[in-house]
Design a protein around this ligand. Structure first.
Ligand code: PDD
Length: 280
């Protein structure tokens, strides 16, 4: 079977999987999600992904009886059924299917959807050249640390970035504070020091971000978690993004302006190599 879905206890192909039109995820965006991947069939960083998932569930006060072990077992079965070397796993949990009301429904079971597809990584040529990104006003809500399925600002910013020939959008506050990309966290390198915005309600605490921060500390790469501005980013020696679907990806152009020489830099390449040794 090429791709696998699991909906509330039932495995099927993705094409055959259905949820109710009354699902609150569809009606109201009332749900959260998580994204993880496999390397050679093995789930990567499953514990931190599960911790973030349960944190998201708590943050939106979604009542449930899920356990990390139970969810992991279903994910593993779905991954095994799909049988890809490198799988992309999406897990969505919504507040269930019910008559449309804004307040929480009573005694309605949550909807659990898991999909497993073959992971499409950025092609080697893209990684070697680096990518362009485009700044976008950060019009998102005040809880970007929750991995909610309400992604309309990310959708619009990503579309505008793609239409402008860019790989990703970069969310920036009105005062020039850089937050993160639409699907990844952001890092700069200036005078040999790596910097990334600190954890806050304005960014998602990326699992890859945490891994890269830890790798930098472990390998003696100077690393700061602090406010980063767009001006600083444009003047940086290197810029890169991190995420489950991009690993450590060099950014060589921002708003049509090349970063330094417009080529992937040595610190980015070193961190990507260290990340691959850890994950692969
Ligand atoms: N996105 N920031 C945002 C807004 C994200 O959506 C993601 C991940 C990240 C990076 O997090 P991680 O390192 O845990 O993948 C940061 C996933 C891949 C997605 O929505 O498809």
């Amino acid at each position: 079977m090429p791709s696998i879905a699991y909906v509330n206890g039932r495995f099927s192909s993705i094409e055959d999987a259905v949820v109710s039109v009354e699902d609150r995820g569809f009606q109201l965006g009332d749900g959260i999600y998580e994204v993880l991947r496999t390397y050679h069939g093995q789930l990567h960083a499953v514990e931190p992904h599960m911790r973030r998932l349960f944190r998201s569930l708590d943050a939106i006060e979604l009542k449930h009886a899920f356990t990390a072990a139970g969810l992991e077992q279903i994910i593993r079965e779905a991954v095994q059924r799909a049988g890809f070397d490198d799988s992309l796993v999406y897990l969505q949990i919504t507040r269930g299917a019910t008559k449309r009301t804004k307040e929480f429904p009573i005694d309605v079971p949550p909807t659990l959807v898991i999909t497993v597809r073959k992971l499409e990584l950025p092609p080697a040529a893209v990684r070697e050249k680096g990518v362009a990104i485009q700044a976008a006003d950060d019009i998102r809500w005040q809880r970007c640390d929750i991995k909610t399925v309400c992604l309309l600002p990310n959708v619009l910013a990503s579309q505008r970035a793609r239409a402008a020939g860019c790989f990703e959008a970069l969310f920036v506050e009105k005062d020039g504070t850089v937050n993160e990309c639409a699907s990844a966290n952001i890092f700069i390198v200036a005078s040999g020091v790596v910097a990334t915005p600190p954890l806050s309600a304005r960014i998602l605490g990326g699992i890859t971000r945490d891994e890269v921060v830890a790798l930098a500390h472990k390998n003696g790469v100077p690393m700061q978690e602090r406010r980063v501005t767009l001006d600083e980013l444009l003047a940086a020696d290197e810029v890169f993004m991190t995420g489950t679907t991009v690993e450590v990806l060099p950014v060589v152009k921002v708003n049509d302006r090349p970063i330094a020489a417009g080529k992937p830099g040595p610190v980015t390449q070193r961190l990507h190599k260290l990340f691959c040794e850890l994950a692969d």
